[in-house]
Design a protein around this ligand. Structure first.
Ligand SMILES: [Zn+2]
Length: 355
């Protein structure tokens, strides 16, 4: 399978095509998963040990928890006929980029440390791709870094399995990072946060084993951070490059609908970090999501996710619904010590919330 990539650098465009046996193998596995296979057997597209690779791929596919996913077996037979690489960015760091706070933060952190990273964005038919494309182009242009726009045509797969998995197809991040490997980077970054570690291809095991299996290190600079932490760091060091308001992460058409779950999550981080001081309308528009879906599970959330929600909603307490006020009060009392600790952490990180 040929992967068309548009390289944008200093306003110039160049089209290249890359391919690899690893990409072909992952595409095959994803297709078989959509077709509800119980077992998938593939030849080994890497230099890694076959059993270890099989275990890893089985683990990556096993998500979400309530969907039955296949076991992957990798034979001793190796493949190696379809590797077409592009050496243009050999030795650089490639950062998977979506135009959101986390991946833009990863770019800024790298730039601020004196590096010149390469951003890679993947168009895989996500419904909000038009907005994403505009944002990633605008941001990489402003930061004057090369952008790789990878087009992955998986419409055939989504036609088969879209109902079960939606647009977030299984092993998505693994397939995208496998495409990055075709550009021979020295290192790759995938900006997973501490509350995303349950997603197999943003998990500690992914970051730990990727380099061992595929020969190139993959890491997240924010593996112990939440989105609010990233925005605290942003205020401290990165506003000189770009405002975080230029990032997008919305499931709606205009990039900031203030009425979807992604906007709600995003504004929690913006308010908890002090980046936004005004009341975000999404807390009223999505009050049912917050009251029912979030607060029913708040005890099972990790420390950062739970406390970021409470810190943000306490700050806008007078503007939220009475039902939500009650839930916030109850939990602020219950998690008093945690919230206090968290507020200190956010301030130390560079946050500006006045409490
Ligand atoms: Zn939205």
């Amino acid at each position: 399978m040929k992967i068309k990539t548009l390289i944008m650098e200093h306003g110039k465009l160049e089209q290249v095509s890359v391919s690899s046996d690893l990409i072909d193998a992952l595409y095959h596995i994803i297709k078989k998963t959509y077709l509800e296979a119980e077992e998938i057997i593939i030849k080994n597209p890497t230099n890694a040990e076959s059993t270890k690779l099989g275990d890893f791929l089985t683990f990556i596919l096993a998500y979400p928890k309530d969907v039955k996913t296949p076991i992957v077996k990798v034979t001793e037979e190796r493949t190696g006929e379809n590797n077409i690489y592009c050496d243009r960015f050999k030795g650089k760091t490639i950062i998977c980029f979506s135009g959101g706070v986390d991946s833009t933060g990863a770019l800024l952190k790298s730039i601020n440390e004196g590096n010149k990273p390469v951003a890679m964005w993947c168009d895989y038919g996500q419904p909000y791709r038009k907005m994403e494309k505009e944002a990633v182009e605008k941001i990489s242009n402003k930061l004057d870094i090369p952008l790789l726009e990878v087009t992955l045509d998986i419409s055939n797969l989504i036609a088969i399995g879209g109902e079960r998995f939606g647009h977030v197809f299984p092993a998505r991040n693994l397939l995208i990072t496998a495409i990055g490997l075709c550009f021979r980077p020295d290192k790759m970054q995938l900006a997973g946060l501490c509350d995303e570690l349950i997603v197999p291809d943003k998990s500690l095991r992914m970051y730990d084993e990727f380099g061992k299996l595929f020969g190139t290190e993959l890491y997240s600079p924010f593996v112990t951070k939440s989105k609010a932490d990233v925005l605290c760091m942003w205020q401290k060091s990165w506003n000189k490059y770009l405002s975080a308001d230029e990032t997008i992460s919305c499931y709606g058409e205009n990039g900031n609908c203030q009425n979807c779950s992604s906007c709600a999550k995003r504004e929690i981080a913006f308010v908890a970090s002090g980046y936004h001081k005004d009341f975000p309308p999404v807390f009223l528009n999505q009050h049912e999501l917050i009251e029912n879906h979030w607060f029913s599970r708040i005890d099972s959330f990790g420390f950062e996710r739970r406390t970021d929600i409470l810190v943000a909603l306490e700050y806008v307490y007078h503007d939220i619904t009475p039902k939500l006020q009650e839930l916030v009060s109850k939990n602020l009392e219950k998690y008093k010590d945690e919230v206090k600790q968290r507020k200190n952490e956010l301030l130390q990180e560079g946050g500006t919330l006045e409490t």
